[in-house]
Design a protein around this ligand. Structure first.
Ligand code: MSP
Length: 676
């Protein structure tokens, strides 16, 4: 094998573009992002790739349903993923779409090369096919006519196709894994693959007849066929580096081999098909395949087909980026399944983030501001807290080692041991007591300096996990370096800063009640605050943080979302039925004169004459964007006159971060259809 590339090339799976992104997708991508940011802080050149899988039968069928060309359809739905990654602070270096010409070109070249090598042949296929998974199964895989993967019915199919001689490489792959057991992790997944490879490998069918699946990369030498979507998708990991540099040493050679982070559902394709495709192309297998566990809801895998997906967008609206990143990586062991719970997320925010870290920063900053205004807190001759320095020297490198090993929850646990050490130092050394004695001013300054340095180092080690928070901590401490240039080597030294001029600062995190609503309260005995009063004041002394913290065992208890009770009064179904809802199509839209908020719409609800509906949505929609839109209308609301216009109904809309978003229906609907 060639010498290992100096690059840290890291990938996520490319997600099916027509899926609704959920926290499972977010989980993989955030984990990869943490790893990418960590390696950047280790000063390694990093190339972090994610993207979307855009071909195949399902996409084609969805496009048909929307009466759009497949390309237009995927272009339209792509922002679901792209925008989510921006909101989650994902620092990918490139974003691949399998419909991009660079990828299509790479796949066509691979097909031609494999054909030349004699690795492809034409053959007849008869067997079972799972349409939703787009996978073939043999008789022994299929029990009761169901797909072994997704448990949905399979179809019998018989057709001629192009096959890839995978079986040729089986012995080679087994011996590769025998000598590289560390290349599939966790170990249980390695064992799973070795077990799989004990059975003879069937050749891989890499084509689909255009008559059945018209949306895919054409096979250059077989005009009636397109490329099987998985064969196409896996190749993204090499087509992108190829596209970045044409000359040897500049393109793929520079980056390869990659670290692939995937979910356990796609282990076989990555650990069996993929290294074999690479071997056929004379490329070494991936450096590491790490298959993490599933996010479940009440023990069931989260997926669109099960209808139990947790929407990361809604969680972001409620809690923001860093709390969600923290929860997903702190809650369970990477590699194992984890059950989602809203209460679990809220507990993490209130205890770990707001109490342990947020209060700590507020208290230390407030004390530095109060006791050393203007003059600042300077680096002392002798350490303010040798114990704290010792903890920094052991715990912080350990947290980094855990992150490098993809043990994210252990890394965060270790970082929080350091945060606990900082809180303990505040409590034990009680700077507010030292401040009362002018003779102990030097000691006061030294202790505060060590606490401020401890916070700076916390920000450094936390930056890959919580980039926004880390930036806020550094800003509060007055450290000029932005987080994008952080380096463990350069900035990881205790005693680096000469002087801290710190001002009292607001809260890093907002505490939540059991429903996720912001709580204004912070510290002991402070007043309750209103929703909009988000910034809690610092409470430097005596210790507020730490005291309310439950024991670690209590924190680890799984909490179920179902434990959260709804405060709203319950209504009978008969009450609900009183509200008449129907689909409507907006035919005309115009502003209501002299109103900034209102639009006057003419909505077809299947009656002989369209209704006039006045809606307070001008802040979020332009009239011309509404014409043709399918909306949900309350049709039996008593008419009301708004700014001189009588409204004969009401549109349903959700409140979003940016204003409102109209409710619509997922599929074609005629005007006036009832809503159940
Ligand atoms: N398009 C293929 C992958 C091709 S990669 C060359 C695909 N896409 S997917 O949209 O279904 O995404 C699968 C990935 O999403 C999983 O491997 C995992 O990373 C993530 N998750 C999807 N559901 C998940 C959970 N319920 N829990 C955790 N992660 C899961 O398969």
């Amino acid at each position: 094998m060639a010498e290992r590339s100096p690059w840290f090339y890291l990938t996520t799976p490319i997600y099916y573009v027509n899926d609704v992104p959920h926290i499972g997708h977010a989980y993989t991508t955030i984990a990869a992002d943490v790893l990418a940011r960590t390696h950047r802080q280790m000063e390694e050149p990093v190339f972090f790739l994610t993207g979307t899988d855009e071909h195949g039968q399902k996409v084609w069928q969805s496009a048909e349903k929307h009466s759009l060309s497949p390309q237009l359809y995927v272009d339209r739905i792509l922002p679901r993923f792209r925008d989510l990654w921006v909101r989650l602070g994902i620092s990918n270096d490139d974003f691949v779409r399998t419909t991009q010409p660079r990828h299509v070109k790479g796949v066509s070249e691979v097909l031609a090369r494999l054909r030349e090598k004699g690795d492809l042949y034409e053959g007849a296929y008869e067997g079972w096919y799972c349409l939703p998974d787009e996978r073939f199964w043999t008789d022994k895989d299929v029990v009761d006519g169901l797909c072994p993967e997704c448990r949905r019915p399979v179809e019998r199919i018989s057709e001629t196709n192009i096959f890839f001689r995978m079986s040729r490489y089986q012995e080679w792959l087994i011996s590769w894994y025998e000598s590289h057991p560390e290349s599939i992790r966790p170990e249980s997944r390695y064992n799973e693959i070795m077990g799989f490879l004990r059975k003879p490998l069937a050749d891989l069918c890499i084509s689909r007849p255009k008559s059945r699946v018209p949306w895919g990369i054409p096979i250059p030498f077989a005009p009636d066929y397109v490329t099987y979507v998985w064969f196409d998708a896996l190749l993204n990991y090499v087509t992108v580096p190829w596209s970045l540099g044409a000359t040897p040493g500049e393109g793929l050679d520079r980056l390869w081999p990659a670290v692939h982070i995937i979910g356990k559902d796609i282990l076989t394709t990555h650990a069996v098909y993929w290294p074999i495709i690479l071997a056929a192309l004379d490329l070494p297998p991936p450096r590491l395949i790490f298959a993490h566990g599933w996010w479940t809801v009440d023990g069931e895998k989260m997926s669109k087909s099960r209808g139990n997906v947790v929407d990361p967008g809604a969680l972001l609206d409620l809690f923001g980026t860093d709390p969600l990143r923290f929860y997903l990586l702190r809650e369970g062991q990477f590699g194992h399944d984890v059950d989602f719970s809203l209460i679990g997320l809220i507990n993490r925010i209130n205890r770990d983030l707001a109490n342990d870290l947020g209060n700590l920063l507020s208290r230390v900053a407030a004390m530095a501001d109060r006791y050393f205004p203007g003059e600042g807190v300077s680096r002392p001759e002798t350490p303010g807290s040798p114990e704290l320095r010792e903890a920094a020297n052991t715990l912080l490198p350990e947290a980094l080692a855990r992150t490098q090993a993809l043990e994210f929850h252990r890394a965060l646990q270790t970082l929080w041991e350091f945060v606990a050490e900082l809180n303990r130092t505040v409590d034990l050394r009680a700077p507010w007591v030292l401040a009362k004695d002018p003779e102990r001013r030097g000691e006061l300054s030294a202790v505060l300096y060590d606490l401020l340095e401890g916070l700076r180092l916390t920000a450094l080690y936390l930056a890959p996990f919580l980039p926004e928070t880390s930036g806020k901590i550094l800003e509060a401490l007055g450290v000029p370096a932005g987080i994008s240039i952080l380096s463990y080597r350069e900035h990881g030294v205790f005693g680096l800063e000469k002087i801290y001029r710190v001002q009292e600062t607001g809260s890093l995190f907002i505490k939540r009640d059991t429903l996720g609503n912001p709580l204004g309260e912070e510290g002991e005995g402070s007043r309750k605050k209103t929703r909009s009063d988000k910034t809690a004041t610092a409470t430097p002394e005596p210790a507020a943080s730490g005291k309310e913290r439950p024991s670690e065992t209590e924190q680890e208890k799984p909490n179920k979302a179902s434990e959260v009770s709804a405060p709203a009064p319950l209504i009978d179904y008969a009450d609900f039925q009183k509200v008449r809802l129907a689909t409507g199509i907006v035919r005309e839209a115009e502003p209501v004169p002299k109103s900034k908020k209102l639009l006057k719409l003419s909505v077809d609800v299947g009656e002989p004459v369209p209704r006039t509906v006045v809606a307070g949505i001008a802040g979020s929609y332009r009239p011309e964007d509404l014409v043709g839109k399918t909306v949900v209308v309350v049709t039996n609301l008593a008419p009301a006159t708004l700014m001189g216009v009588t409204s004969q109904g009401m549109l349903l809309a959700a409140t979003t971060q940016d204003g409102v978003a109209l409710l619509t229906v997922d599929g074609p609907a005629a005007p006036g259809n009832g809503i159940k």
